[in-house]
Ligand binder design. Structure first.
Ligand code: NAD
Ligand code: 6OD
Length: 501
């Protein structure tokens, strides 16, 4: 199988005409002397000149966030905070098309996907966590004492302080608000560092915060990169009380080291190498449709996505052929085209990484069932970072293709015989984020879901999310859980008050 080498991207050179994307600090937009280019993943066009925060600007954002804790924000009742967060959600919905356009421009993902997933969830994250904070009680214990009078214990939740929020590029608004929603609902203030690849929706949210009446300094955004830039400046800043992060495992480890100074808590949502397990008794069509989605949605750039597919042997050949047909039916194209099923990867840099695995699979002797290279796109899209949806067979669990996160539209499909065998093989991996189990046998479903070492197990579905449930990864996929009351554990200090009667 020939892997088509990508052309060097023909990109527009930096132009002062490209619109600026600025930081949002203390309720106002501010630029920087230093800016970097943001190119469209669809066609390589220069779409924005993004301000890169200096250490002083990150410091200003953290100071603004600290001051806001002691300003009007800190004096709000829970009911008032909840009302403001509802106004933020309504503000996102009112400017739905602006958010959609910004997200699609930054990521290149199909507008149909962003319209149904990214933007509505961006708004929902504010309402759901406002409701959690409003409705979830704390503890109360009545206690006996030797003098017979007794004592009462009750718990109070208080904000942690300034939260540093470091975000990835794959679901930018959704994953940022998934953390900012509960952080603000609990009364904290935030400094957000969006991915350098996707700066726009975080900035736009600043406008919504102002229109909703959120006091200045509560929500701040600083743009830039990781090491030696805004990410490092934020996570090493002593004024940040806790850090919540989504991204690669090795970045999470670097952030954990930075957080050790000052013994600051971290919540880390990191990489995965998720397995789908397809038993011979499954609903075949549902399993094929669900597995195609879990492998290829968002061009394979979903942390919960499947990159290992274990299929029970009697079904194996038929299942591989059905996946192949589905992959080959996938339409790659402009995000706005309703027929588009898959967009490009986020960048040429990320495509280089994904293609290096495409090459490695072939070198290791994989059978390329479909894909394996760069698709032939029309000339106006040729400078985008497109790759073919790809399926392999013929490699085992020990190959890097089965062990390392690729984060592209690709999966290795492998046969298995017994439940015990597949459990052992699925669990023999450093990651433990998510799994999808396809079976009609309820007893087996419960057993396998209980035994796979992951934070999230789906049975006969994938990415079906109730935001009240615990979300996070086992092993190297994460530390901590967010979602519902679990977010309260991270975003509040729980204080016990003991009253001697
Ligand atoms: P990344 O780790 O490269 O970057 C994430 C963020 O961290 C970016 O904002 C980046 O600028 C910043 N950063 C990088 N180095 C830093 C440093 N040393 N200090 C401080 N900040 C730093 O991840 P990515 O490429 O943006 O996202 C893809 C990865 O995210 C994949 O591994 C994917 O599995 C993972 N992910 C996990 C989840 C989850 O919920 N577990 C969700 C989405 C994505
Ligand atoms: O749905 C969510 O809350 C969530 N955190 C999804 C993560 C997807 C990863 O790419």
């Amino acid at each position: 199988m020939l892997i088509i080498e990508p052309q060097a991207p023909a990109r527009a050179s930096a132009s002062a005409d490209a619109p600026p994307v600025d930081h949002f600090i203390d309720g106002a937009f501010v630029g920087s002397a230093k800016r970097f280019d943001k190119h469209s993943p669809v066609d390589g066009r220069l779409i924005a000149r993004v301000a890169e925060a200096s250490r002083e600007q990150v410091d200003a954002a953290v100071r603004a966030a600290r001051a806001a804790l002691h300003g009007p924000w800190g004096g709000l009742s829970v009911a008032q905070r909840v009302e403001l967060l509802y106004a933020v959600a309504d503000g996102i919905n009112r400017r739905f098309d602006d958010f959609l356009a910004a997200e699609v421009a930054d990521t290149g993902k199909p507008a149909s996907l962003a319209r149904h997933v990214d933007i509505p969830r961006g708004a929902a994250n504010f309402k759901v966590f406002a409701d959690v904070v409003k409705n979830v009680p704390t503890e109360f214990f009545e206690m006996a004492t030797p003098d017979g009078a007794g004592a009462l214990n009750y718990a109070l939740r208080r904000p942690v302080g300034v939260i540093g929020v470091v975000c990835p590029w794959n679901l930018p608004l959704l994953l940022m608000t998934w953390k900012v929603g509960p952080a603000l609902a609990c009364g904290n203030t935030v400094v957000v560092k969006p991915s350098e690849e996707t700066p726009q929706t975080a900035a736009l949210l600043g406008e919504v915060m102002n229109s909703a009446g959120v006091p200045r300094g509560v929500y701040n955004v600083v743009h830039g990169f990781g090491p030696g830039s805004a990410g490092e400046f934020l996570t090493t800043h002593p004024g940040v009380n806790a850090i919540t992060f989504t991204g690669e495992t090795r970045t999470g480890a670097a952030i954990m080291k930075a957080a050790a100074d000052g013994a600051r808590p971290v919540s880390l949502e990191m990489g995965g190498k998720n397995a789908a397990v397809v038993f011979a008794d499954c609903d075949f069509d549902a399993a094929v449709e669900g597995t195609l989605r879990s492998c290829f949605a968002n061009c394979g750039q979903v942390c919960l996505g499947t990159e290992r597919v274990y299929v029970q042997r009697p079904l194996f050949d038929r299942f591989v052929q059905a996946l192949k047909r589905g992959a080959e039916a996938m339409r790659l194209g402009r995000p706005q085209d309703p027929a588009t099923g898959m967009g490009p990867l986020i960048s040429h840099e990320h495509r280089d990484k994904v293609l290096s695995y495409y090459r490695k699979a072939v070198e290791l002797g994989a059978t390329v069932v479909t894909g394996g290279g760069v698709p032939d796109m029309p000339p106006e899209l040729a400078a985008g970072s497109w790759v073919q949806p790809t399926l392999w067979t013929g490699l085992g669990d020990d190959s890097p293709i089965a062990r390392e996160e690729i984060f592209g539209p690709c999966a290795l499909v492998m046969p298995f015989d017994t439940e015990e065998e597949v459990l052992r093989r699925v669990n023999d991996n450093d990651y433990g984020l998510a799994t999808a189990i396809w079976t009609a046998d309820l007893k087996r479903a419960h057993h396998v879901a209980g035994a796979i070492e992951v934070g999230i197990a789906w049975v006969n579905s994938w990415f079906l999310r109730d935001l009240r449930t615990p979300f996070g990864g086992a092993k190297q996929s994460g530390i901590g859980r967010e979602g519902g009351v679990h977010s309260l554990e991270f975003y509040t200090e729980l204080k016990n008050v003991c009253i001697k009667l």
